[in-house]
Design a binder for this molecule. Sequence first.
Ligand SMILES: C=CC1=C(C)c2cc3[nH]c(cc4nc(cc5[nH]c(cc1n2)c(C)c5CCC(=O)O)C(CCC(=O)O)=C4C)c(C)c3C=C
Ligand SMILES: [Fe+2]
Ligand SMILES: [Fe+2]
Length: 329
Amino acid sequence: MNLGSPDSTTTRDVRTYLMEFLMDKRVIDYPWLFRKILVGGLIVPFRAAKSAEAYKTIWTKEGSPLIVLTRELQQALQPLVDEPVGIAMRYGNPSMDDAYRSLLKQVPQLEEVIAIPLYPHYAMASYETAVEYAREIHRKNKYTFRLTFIKPFYNDPSYLKALSEHIRPYLQKQYDHILFSYHGVPARHIRKSDPTGHHCLSSATCCDTASPAHATCYRHQCFATTREVVRQLGIPEGKYSNSFQSRLGKGWLEPFTDIRLEEMPKEGIKRLLILCPAFVSDCLETLEEIAIRGKEAFLAAGGEEYTMIPCLNADSQWAAALAGWIKEA
Ligand SMILES: C=CC1=C(C)c2cc3[nH]c(cc4nc(cc5[nH]c(cc1n2)c(C)c5CCC(=O)O)C(CCC(=O)O)=C4C)c(C)c3C=C
Ligand SMILES: [Fe+2]
Ligand SMILES: [Fe+2]
């Protein structure tokens, strides 16, 4: 299960997609009427045409990179498992309904579906909404097969190994700094997902202090991924950092990637490696925001070399990690 993309780059299709996405109460978590006014009256009318232009810069002959690359992952995984592998998007197509129907066609006596939300880290706007949506469609259709979910895998050894080995070749090149740029979320979401009601964002170091809140703390989980990858790769303290990208509005997690990209050259960071570990498939937010606009901003601010490390996409070790979880589930 991945996030999903518009059906095409027309403003109309992008508008339909953005309405579905941003009307999700786990993405914009305001009461329905306020959300409707904000999304339908303010955000989408202004954003749709601009987003459509952005999609045009990354769209391929086969369609949206996110969908194409999720399909490539499906194809890499299929030979490694005995059961049929389907793909579904939280928003747009192919839908969850399509995926269930296709699996039932292939296995009429379907007993269990193992769903893997393709997000390493828990967030109400990504992992949680994917799980709740898969359950809702299952319930609405009165399906009798069991539905099992793979947990966020931010600290799973086989995921971390695949990610580290994917990054390793890029470290051969001379670089000054490696930036782990995670998708941002509003700080409010982090507090809402805190089951203790008082741990998350209570201090600058809360994510390093043991707490049951970390099972659903996106910020903690992002930091944990970085910590383990840099340990495996022997990247020294000071040569790496974390940031948060793609903010929409105020009060999102900091530091912001776009601001850091402008500041870094002035701090002497001229040769940058950048990766986006909140995504396993390249998409608008990695290919347009980071690889195109991020590069322009870094070079304009005095940077000299900017290398974007792609997402895991259909990497063979990554596909093997997924196959391992399916066998263990
Ligand atoms: C309130 C807004 C948003 C939250 C919260 C949010 C969290 C979040 N998103 C992803 C993954 C992806 N987001 C993508 C695109 C995208 N995200 C938002 C807004 C929020 N995301 C918007 C409006 C868009 C659409 C594009 C745009 O207009 O900028 C994508 C790419 C989709 C594609 O087609 O390529 C992904 C993937 C995560 C993992 C996350 C929380 C951690
Ligand atoms: Fe997003
Ligand atoms: Fe936290």
